[in-house]
Design a protein around this ligand. Structure first.
Ligand SMILES: *[C@@H]1O[C@H](CO)[C@@H](O)[C@H](O)[C@H]1NC(C)=O
Ligand SMILES: *[C@@H]1O[C@H](CO)[C@@H](O)[C@H](O)[C@H]1NC(C)=O
Ligand SMILES: *[C@@H]1O[C@H](CO)[C@@H](O)[C@H](O)[C@H]1NC(C)=O
Ligand SMILES: *[C@@H]1O[C@H](CO)[C@@H](O)[C@H](O)[C@H]1NC(C)=O
Ligand SMILES: *[C@@H]1O[C@H](CO)[C@@H](O)[C@H](O)[C@H]1NC(C)=O
Ligand SMILES: *[C@@H]1O[C@H](CO)[C@@H](O)[C@H](O)[C@H]1NC(C)=O
Length: 313
């Protein structure tokens, strides 16, 4: 009796395991198939919403049954899209039909240098795995949706050279992984949110050619009347504030080291600006000693101090 029961129990156990795992397998693979289906469907829906020439172009690029082999699309092993990169194709249309909810694994969205227009949809906040967002050189308009600040993994964001208006969302400080922000050449207004100061990894912040305002130190009064310069100066002040706020907290033992870095950082920044601004700053920053340059005040240890306080005031 017992010699029969044990194999039966074993059988029962095996059947259970088999059932369970095949159920799990069926379940997860059908979920994957579902998302896969949705991803391709969403891409085709988006294509159908675009301008006729763009549809023709995409029909020639997106050939074959598996969307993972289409031009500009990269998938993970589970055949879910991770990269959507279609820069420089002259694509014309809106993002309205590109429902980001169906791209749960998208890490890279690169639609740089096309002719896309209309608003940047707020559902972009659904792209929870996004690390790279480049929409530069298009005709996007409207505000920067605050939902973009939900993208905690974002390392680079470029919305530069569009027709974006409104102000930078106050929540920008939530982009805790961001190291590069390019918002230049738009119609952005208002002041630069203080929360930018919380972006620990930020190394590039290009805001020039916008319409920002803000308190400008007295030294720059004559400059700020010139076209487009004030936002550059504003950016400069923010940059200085960001870079040197850590200096205030640092110990005196590395003071000499940071001193060298301060002048170096200023010059590096200057070299990155447009030619007129470089010429201007070269006329203001004369001499070997950066503490004697216009707009710069140092402490006894020759570390920049006052500029930061002037900006805040
Ligand atoms: C696009 O093509 C469709 C059908 O070929 C046509 O009916 C429509 O007018 C075209 N639209 C534009 C904007 O050319
Ligand atoms: C934009 O793409 C076009 C091709 O569609 C190319 O000729 C042009 O150089 C690109 N512009 C930039 C700024 O990358
Ligand atoms: C896909 O996107 C990731 C994140 O931006 C990037 O590191 C990777 O190089 C991209 N892969 C390809 C083949 O472009
Ligand atoms: C944006 O739209 C303007 C006209 O509204 C057009 O002249 C310009 O070429 C467009 N730029 C792009 C990148 O599509
Ligand atoms: C997707 O985005 C919409 C619009 O921002 C939002 O209402 C919705 O909660 C988001 N869904 C998910 C799953 O994140
Ligand atoms: C910066 O972060 C700190 C801590 O998370 C927070 O208390 C503070 O309000 C933030 N500052 C701004 C300007 O967002």
């Amino acid at each position: 009796m017992s010699s029969f029961l044990i194999p039966f129990k074993v059988m029962f156990f095996l059947i259970l395991v088999l059932l369970h795992s095949s159920l799990v397998f069926a379940f997860s693979s059908s979920i994957a198939a579902l998302t896969r289906g949705k991803e391709a469907e969403t891409l085709l829906k988006w294509k159908a919403s675009l301008d006729n020439n763009t549809q023709t172009l995409l029909s020639s690029l997106w050939v074959g049954d598996s969307h993972c082999s289409w031009v500009g699309i990269i998938c993970d092993k589970a055949e879910s899209i991770t990269n959507l990169s279609l820069p420089d194709y002259g694509l014309k249309g809106t993002l309205h039909s590109l429902n980001f909810l169906f791209f749960p694994n998208l890490m890279r969205l690169d639609l740089r240098n096309n002719s896309l227009y209309g608003p940047i949809p707020s559902h972009i906040g659904n792209l929870s795995k996004l690390t790279f967002l480049d929409l530069q050189y298009n005709n996007f308009s409207g505000n920067i949706p605050s939902e973009i600040c939900l993208l905690k993994g974002l390392e680079l964001i470029s919305l530069a050279s569009n027709e974006i208006s409104g102000s930078i969302p106050l929540e920008i400080g939530r982009l805790s992984s961001v190291s590069e922000i390019y918002f230049f050449d738009n119609y952005l207004r208002g002041s630069i949110p203080a929360s930018v100061g919380n972006l620990t990894y930020l190394s590039v912040l290009h805001l020039y050619q916008n319409m920002f305002c803000g308190s400008i130190p007295k030294e720059y009064d004559r400059i700020s009347s010139k076209n487009m310069i004030s936002s550059e100066i504003m950016f400069f002040l923010i940059l200085v504030l960001l870079h040197f706020s850590s200096v205030f907290a640092s110990s005196s033992s590395i003071a000499a080291l940071t001193r060298g870095k301060e002048a170096e950082t200023l010059l590096k920044w200057k070299a990155s600006l447009d030619n007129n601004t470089q010429t201007l700053l070269s006329s203001l920053w004369v001499g070997d000693f950066h503490c004697s340059w216009v707009g710069i005040t140092c402490d006894k240890a020759e570390s920049i101090t006052n500029l930061a306080f002037q900006i805040l005031g």
